[in-house]
Design a protein around this ligand. Structure first.
Ligand code: ZN
Length: 372
């Protein structure tokens, strides 16, 4: 992986960068849609290509459970299995282990857990999750970390952070000794819940490991917006400038904007696709709840400023009708539009940073989505 900072905003820490993997060149800030089990819900591969995503996220835990590493291996990796030629970032599975398993025991060596599918017992170690991501062929791999709930007492947050750092040290050693750095990058994850000093300490100790990229984990897990912002603002100055910075699991346009302003490059979240399936759509005038009665006879496009296929083809009234009728097409159209919106939104932000007008773009979108 190659990483270059292209342009820095003069009034904030926003920046544009270029990240090149073996499969694609990614311009940042970037939003990565989530193909949890090797498919983005309600989307075809053509849809993803048409919208123009050149990096997507997939989940190590889910692929390991089903279809299993042996099937992915026999297929020649996830790129071939899915027939996707762009880049993959895979998470380590840590988040799923801690959130999906009803029986999850953290040990020194790793974490023991039950499959959410059939209850079978499994054990993840830092080395094992890298091995799974090796088979998947991820362009960017994530290390195993210990995720915590919100709220959590400080001593427990510290213990989880210490474990996260120990596992990251083992990951780094294993990565350096057994991986081809050109082919697969490996990012560490900064934890520390909502405690500034823990976050800072975690960042410093992980940065010493000199891994190719750094992520912020454990935010947007139910903490108030103010705390998310405080953590982001305070942590970013402690993350290396010459490496990609990735905010995990944040997909709200407002919070993406805020993080970009403070220097974050990469984002992923299921939110834009999940809310689309529930009838909530992002537009150039804010959120639209397509279920609302006010759209019953509204024969205008969903978003007149959107160039996507859905907005060029259908009316709000029709989209409302097929949503209420439970048509599968409704899931497809709503998801397509929201992903297209996210792509355009990030493109606009990136162009504004390059043009020196990020300040105005920030204000414009803050006003549109404020309170939403
Ligand atoms: Zn649209």
């Amino acid at each position: 992986m190659k990483f270059t900072v292209l342009k820095k905003d003069e009034k904030s820490s926003a920046r544009t960068c270029e990240l090149t993997t073996m499969h694609s060149t990614i311009k940042t800030p970037v939003f990565m849609p989530v193909a949890t089990r090797g498919a983005i819900r309600a989307m075809t591969l053509d849809d993803i290509k048409n919208i123009g995503f050149d990096i997507i996220l997939s989940n190590t835990y889910h692929l390991y459970m089903r279809p299993g590493t042996d099937v992915i291996d026999a297929a020649g990796g996830l790129h071939k299995f899915m027939n996707f030629n762009g880049s993959f970032l895979t998470d380590s599975g840590g988040f799923q282990v801690f959130s999906l398993s009803n029986l999850c025991k953290v040990q020194e060596e790793g974490v023991e857990f039950n499959s959410h599918l059939d209850g079978s017992k499994h054990f993840f170690t830092p080395e094992k999750v890298l091995d799974i991501q090796r088979v998947i062929g991820s362009d960017i791999m994530m290390v195993l970390d210990q995720c915590t709930d919100y709220p959590i007492e400080k001593d427990k947050a510290r213990a989880a952070m210490e474990k996260t750092i120990k596992w990251a040290e083992r990951s780094q050693k294993y990565y350096n000794e057994t991986f081809d750095r050109e082919r697969q990058a490996c990012f560490a994850i900064i934890q520390g819940s909502v405690y500034n000093d823990l976050r800072r300490e975690c960042a410093h100790r992980l940065v010493d490991l000199d891994l190719p990229g750094y992520a912020i984990g454990g935010l947007s897990v139910g903490e108030p917006k103010e705390l998310y912002r405080e953590m982001t603002e305070n942590l970013l100055p402690h993350m290396p400038e010459n490496k990609p910075r990735y905010m995990m699991g944040v997909g709200s346009p407002l919070e993406i904007l805020f993080a970009i302003k403070h220097g974050v490059d990469m984002f992923d979240c299921v939110m834009p696709t999940r809310i689309a399936r529930n009838g909530t759509l992002y537009t150039s005038v804010g959120r639209v709840n397509i279920k609302a009665a006010q759209y019953e006879k509204d024969f205008t496009p969903l978003d007149p400023n959107c160039s996507c296929y859905v907005c060029r083809t259908f009316t709000r009234a029709y989209l409302r009708h097929i949503f209420r009728a439970g048509e599968i097409a409704s899931l497809i159209y709503n998801t397509y539009h929201n992903l297209h919106f996210m792509k355009q939104f990030m493109d606009e932000i990136r162009e504004s940073i390059n043009a020196g007008t990020f300040d105005e773009t920030y204000k414009k979108w803050s006003l549109i989505f404020n309170g939403a």
